[in-house]
Design a binder for this molecule. Sequence first.
Ligand code: HAM
Length: 413
Amino acid sequence: MINVPKGTKDMLPSESHKWQAIERAAKKVTSLYNVKQIRTPVFEHAELFLRSIGDSTDIVNKEMYIFEDKGGRKMALRPEGTAGVVRSVLENNICESVPQKLYYIESVYRYEQPQAGRYREHHQFGAEFFGSELPCFEIELLSMAHMFLREIGFNDLRLRINSIGCDKCRAEFNKALREFLASVNDKICGDCKRRAEQNPLRTLDCKVPSCREVYKAAPRLNDYLCDDCKAHHAQVLKGLDAAGIKYFADENLVRGLDYYTRTVFEFCDGDLAVLGGGRYDGLCEQLGGKHTPCVGFGCGIERLIAAAETRGIEFDDSAPKVFVAAQCDAARAECACLTEKLRAVGISAESDLMNKSLKAQFKYADRQGFLYVLTVGEGELQSGVFNVKRMADGSVTAFDRAALVDGIKRLVG
Ligand code: HAM
């Protein structure tokens, strides 16, 4: 017996309605915001992720699935969605005219220690907006994220938001942070010692409790923001106020990817981020394109479902409508024919595929949640009058053959 790989999960049929409800909500809000879908390959050249996410991040350093293909190329399963989308946008000149607003729903791979809400394969609904450096770009994106979360039924996820500044102000901050890290070098973990050298901002993202304690005394990024970054951040917060989106301005939020500039944010369920993102004004240029300011987010679908379940949020699970039951073998051909006629007018329908007895067919229809059963036997074939039983209360409605399909259509609504 071969089992599912560690850190991965099957999406079982009993769960499929939840995934479909989330995809429906994503498609609804993206359509309302005029955001078009994009799909990119599940694997890319590994270098794309090194150059975008950053080679000193945990995602690239510890968690990437890297492999050499038969042609000796170094490839990687995507550990996130943004890099592939930016690569495609540049390669296909999609940013010739801006703004461009794109979304995706895709699987993502990170070799993590599996635990609640942390998988080696997870799925993201993500959005990437290209072209504007104005604070209204963040507000457009966050309003869409907010509407998506509300559409599913969330009204209490905490939005944490911060500015990590631009290259200019971060250089000043990094200098101060490096000095601080040197002074506490004996109190921080091995990873942080490495981060202190390569990319000091990453230390503030460390999950080790003793490091977190030490960093309470670290210099504060917000004290180093330049005037432009400060003004931008203030405008974003003002825009959120105007949009009626509650937030918590959290100076400790830095996020785990290197491409961010200025705004970073997360919608959280307790300590766990369900949806996270920010602005990344330098990434297009970094990957060989022209300067294009961008904002984006990724929302973890597994975490979203888990958070919905703890809140008792229900996902629509539309029941199949009509089971067409054969009372005798002579009726089976007619059942198949009627089933197709119902489907042709948009009613979900099924008939027996297993030569089951009538009793067993009713049992199946009941277990599958069919709302109605139409029974066809010799009597019905001769009289041309058909009974449709409503499973919820056993009430029966009779239709003449000529009015059957239309009648059922009215009945099921
Ligand atoms: P991220 O914060 O690494 O950002 O991931 C986005 C979301 O994916 C997280 O908030 C979380 O819900 C989910 N997630 C991440 N890792 C796991 C995991 N191991 N298991 C389950 N769920 C997980 C990004 O990926 C950026 N690309 C977001 C972005 C788009 N920024 C700008 N544009």
